[in-house]
Design a protein around this ligand. Structure first.
Ligand code: NAG
Ligand code: NAG
Length: 192
């Protein structure tokens, strides 16, 4: 008796499973599993990029422009609330005429009331070499008076799909008269 009961139970489970998998197969889905190979993803590698970021706020052709501010921004010692849009050149060396390898496009703004911390949201858009057309996205806190500021790299495109890593920024020169800055970037990313 117990045997036939458990047989029936097993049979019921099998039939229910079958019906369920049929139902799943028939219902349209918008997701599924994929092998990394089907996207051409081979071995993950680690890359190091080194370049200089030119933040030009003065002169007739600034690459960083203030686009927004709070009513209280100018009376704040940290310019709390201001936001700048940037299209800053990235070059191999620190000189302004050095070879251009890309641009840093995005925004930064003063995000702290009592110290100068910038919220950085930008894409490094590369235009040279094997990374021409590829981008890396950075989102982080830039405490500009610290010697080395570390900010996360949260993604990328093309050669940098699935990228993750960090950038270290170090001020190379800062012109106190004009506000122009040259910043050295070392970027370390895992990608495929
Ligand atoms: C703050 O100063 C900037 C630069 O001098 C000026 O363009 C802007 O109008 C000022 N903003 C306010 C809200 O006073
Ligand atoms: C980078 O790619 C663009 C678009 O494909 C192309 O026009 C340009 O010549 C390339 N630059 C270099 C330096 O290869």
């Amino acid at each position: 008796m117990a045997n036939s009961k458990s047989l029936i139970a097993i049979f019921t489970i099998i039939v229910l499973n079958l019906l369920f998998s049929l139902a799943v197969a028939k219902s349209p889905t918008f997701y599924g599993n994929l092998s990394p190979k089907s996207l051409g993803l081979k071995k993950e590698k680690l890359s190091h990029l080194h370049f200089f970021f030119h933040d030009i706020v003065s002169g007739p052709n600034p690459t960083a422009v203030r686009v927004a501010e709070a009513a209280s921004t100018n009376s704040s010692s940290t310019l709390f609330g201001f936001i700048a849009m940037i299209d800053d050149p990235l070059t191999v060396g620190p000189e302004p005429g050095s070879k251009l390898v890309g641009k840093a496009q995005g925004v930064y703004g003063s995000a702290a009331q009592y110290e100068l911390d910038l919220l950085m949201v930008m894409n490094f858009v590369f235009t040279e070499g094997k990374y021409n057309g590829s981008t890396l996205s950075l989102l982080g806190r830039n405490a500009v008076f610290s010697t080395v500021r570390e900010m996360p790299i949260i993604g990328g495109s093309r050669a940098f799909r699935f990228a993750r890593g960090y950038a270290q920024a170090k001020t190379h020169t800062f012109d106190t008269k004009t506000g122009d800055a040259v910043v050295e970037y070392n970027v370390y990313v895992f990608h495929y």
